[in-house]
Ligand binder design. Structure first.
Ligand SMILES: [Zn+2]
Length: 404
């Protein structure tokens, strides 16, 4: 399937639709004409080309998952990092195809991915969302991206999802290498995490000097830095040193939410991951250290989203599912809706995530936007389950053609 082609496509019209444009609470009634891979016209317009009748359905922009991991072949850091890259890439292709079937027409991979996987997607070798990647995330020694347990005496410098890089000069060189090889943005680990074994969750990682060096390189390139951070002290440390995108942010407090808003930072919550690790982690072989850490961040995550929105922070959407938990992607939609409602969650998955990706032509169904859309089997504002219930059929369009 030629999922990612940028060649102009023949016209296609969705008729009798109720349309969510990515932003407005007022749904538009009418048709959407796609032409040349883009949205050509919306509203009371003449159909062109192939017609898809959407009576009784609601059309939303193609969904965006801003925290995805193609190469997360398992739940343990070391398992992921020691897998042969050919295996990780094939598993990644499968994970991407499944995400597209759920309506995610774009993903941002914030630890992993590389130019080879991206090239295969651009050539249309397999069906995939549009693929933005950071490449392996940077971690300090003993930080969230260092997969070694304390009693493991092996050398680790880089794997497929993370690389251990310490020091300003080394970080500058590593960031330049990421941009040489097509990275969309840079991901760093600035607090402890759930799956890492030796770092307390709350403690900030990397010195301010190191973070500023990474931000300086990324900003000069016209890009930005995303940081894994949970606690107020780690979020503050990241944002004050120039990080634009806070990943997870579960332990956020009000003062830190205000600081994020002042700095124009985004929050990308990843509720699916904690819920899935809580329900299914033990059976899936999650380390007991990680299970205990997960419990600490699980319940706080939902409160953080409302707190961020009230402070004026732009809140996106991510899933962050590792290994066999990947099939819980739409549960993240349910959890975010339970936290802040349908409209905010739909905005997060479309227009806000598009802004985060620095590509406002994604995540919108206005004339001129990229022609990615999902036809839902009902109205999510009346029946939110239509967004997460996988037994309800959905039709996915990418670049103005039906892909799934
Ligand atoms: Zn992650």
């Amino acid at each position: 399937m030629d999922a990612m082609t940028t060649e102009p496509t023949a016209p296609l019209t969705i008729t009798n639709a109720l349309i969510f444009d990515g932003t407005s609470a007022d749904l538009v009634e009418g048709s959407i004409v796609f032409n040349g891979g883009l949205v050509a016209e919306v509203g009371d317009v003449e159909p062109q080309g192939q017609v898809v009748d959407a009576a009784g359905k609601v059309v939303v922009p193609g969904l965006i998952d801003a925290h995805f991991h193609a190469y997360a072949v398992g739940l343990g850091g070391m398992e992921v990092e020691r897998s042969p890259l050919s295996y990780s890439a094939l598993v990644g292709a499968q994970r991407l195809g499944l995400a597209l079937g759920r309506g995610f027409t774009t993903v941002r991979d914030v630890a992993g991915g590389d130019i080879g996987l991206s090239k295969a997607i651009e050539k249309g070798l397999f069906a995939s969302p549009r693929y933005y990647y950071t490449g392996p995330a940077f971690s300090q020694t003993g930080g969230h991206g260092d997969p070694r347990a304390a009693d493991v005496d092996v050398c680790f410098s880089h794997g497929h999802m993370c690389a251990v890089v310490d020091g300003v000069d080394q970080l500058r060189q590593a960031v330049r290498e990421r941009f040489r090889t097509g990275s969309h943005a840079i991901k760093i680990m600035t607090s402890g995490g759930v799956v890492s074994l030796t770092d307390p969750i709350r403690v900030p990682q990397y010195s301010g000097e190191e973070i500023r060096a990474v931000v300086d390189e990324a900003t000069r390139r016209g890009s930005y830095v995303a940081a894994h951070a949970y606690s107020p002290e780690a979020i503050r440390h990241s944002v004050e040193n120039g990080v634009r995108s806070i990943e997870h942010g579960n332990l956020l407090d009000e003062a830190t939410a205000e600081l994020m808003a002042e700095h124009g930072a985004f929050l990308v919550p990843t509720l699916a991951a904690y819920d899935a690790m809580n329900r299914r982690g033990e059976a899936a072989g999650l380390n007991p250290v990680s299970q205990a850490k997960n419990a600490e961040v699980l319940s706080a995550g939902k409160d953080a989203i409302g707190m961020a929105l009230r402070a004026g922070v732009r809140v996106g959407f991510g899933s962050d599912l590792m290994g066999e938990l990947e099939d819980d992607q739409l549960q993240g939609v349910r959890l975010q809706i339970e936290a802040v409602g349908v409209l905010e969650t739909l905005r997060s998955m479309t227009s806000v995530n598009a802004e985060l990706l620095q590509n406002p032509s994604l995540g919108s169904l206005r004339a001129g936007a990229v022609g990615d859309a999902v036809l839902l089997d009902g109205n999510p504002f009346e029946d939110p389950a239509v967004l997460w219930d996988e037994s309800r059929p959905r039709t996915v369009l990418q670049a103005g053609r039906v892909t799934a």
